[in-house]
Structures are given as C-alpha cells and as structure tokens.
Design a protein around this ligand. Structure first.
Ligand SMILES: [Mg+2]
Length: 189
C-alpha cells in the first residue's frame, strides 16, 4: 500500500495512556467492599461479572478522573515512548471520556508530558472510526472489527486483560507495550 507521508494517529486515553482501572478498582473496593484488582477486569463489559451496574461502572470511572493526580500512566517512561510514535505523523487523543472529565484528562496529559496535537472527544467508541484516522492505538476489543473492515485503516491493539480474547484480523496488530509501536508502524506503512 502507498505510504501516507504523515500518518494521522488516534490514541485512546483510558487503558492505553492512563491506567484508569487501578483507580477504578480502589474506588469500587471502597464502595462495594470488594477486593478487585486490574486482572479481574478480564473482559469488556466485565462490570456484569463483577456485579457492578453499567451506570456504577461509568460513574466510578468519572470519579477516578476527579482525582486525576492519582491516575498512573500505563507504563513507566510513557511520555518519551509516545514522543517516538508522534514522529510518524500527527497524534490526536481520541476518547469517549464524559464531557465533565475532559478538563481533568487534559490536566493529566499535561502533567505527564504526553505530546498530542488535538484532544477529540467522541460520544461513543463507534464514532472513532467515523473520524477516518490512518491508525488507531486502542484497547477496546469492540473497535477492532470496525477498523478491520475498512481497508484504509489500521489498529494497534494495546494488550490488556480485557482484550486477550480478540482473535487475529486484517489490519489489527497486537502490542504488549508502547515500545513496540514504532516498529509496527514501520512494518505496516
Ligand atoms: Mg480505552
């Protein structure tokens, strides 16, 4: 395929840059008296299995962002790793975060020193593919088939406990960490 001179890259926030689920587990454990860890979140929509309602799941996710200074990055040295990926083109943060958590998310990105061009909020993850990026770096299992169906798009699936079940499909490459991403971009474009 022809190589776009400057890739348009969409990077997800929760679970790919920000380790929101550790803060989520702390809040859930406090509220429900559970002893959940991030490894218990082993499926998408796993709130059902955990006995947490969908509303509570997203409410706690918002609450985790209220205390954005307590949200760790997914990896050590994340800003430097993202900077290497940014050299491939323009990098936008594309997130389904609720409107009220956007200021916290932006504070977090600045505090972590994560470089990006634009911060784009979408109402649902399905809307991400409507933005026609060349590549999506995301952890959402449900996004992968949508990207895979479009021959102009690629996805880099950031491996998490909740997306291990995803099978191989066209245009989707799985990575274990940010360090692998530059090599993947060189290989697929
Ligand atoms: Mg995510």
């Amino acid at each position: 395929m022809s190589t776009p001179s400057r890739l348009r890259i969409a990077v997800d926030l929760d679970g790919v840059l920000a380790e929101t689920m550790t803060a989520w587990c702390t809040l859930a454990n406090h509220e429900f008296g559970t002893r959940l860890t991030i490894d218990d979140i082993d499926g998408w929509a796993s709130w059902r299995k955990l006995g947490v309602s969908k509303d509570d799941f997203f409410r706690l996710l918002d609450e985790a962002w209220d205390d954005w200074e307590q949200v760790p990055p997914t990896e050590p040295g994340l800003a430097a790793k993202v900077r290497k990926v940014e050299t491939f083109g323009s990098l936008d943060i594309v997130t389904g975060r609720s409107r009220k958590t956007v200021p916290s998310a932006k504070n977090w990105l600045a505090h972590q020193g994560i470089p990006y061009e634009r911060f784009i909020r979408v109402d649902g993850w399905r809307d991400k593919v409507l933005l026609n990026y060349d590549v999506y770096i995301d952890d959402a299992p449900d996004l992968m088939p949508l990207v895979s169906r479009n021959p102009a798009m690629r996805a880099i699936l950031y491996e998490r406990p909740w997306n291990r079940e995803i099978s191989t499909m066209r245009g989707v490459v799985r990575v274990k960490g940010w360090k692998q991403i530059p090599q993947v971009l060189r290989e697929i474009f």
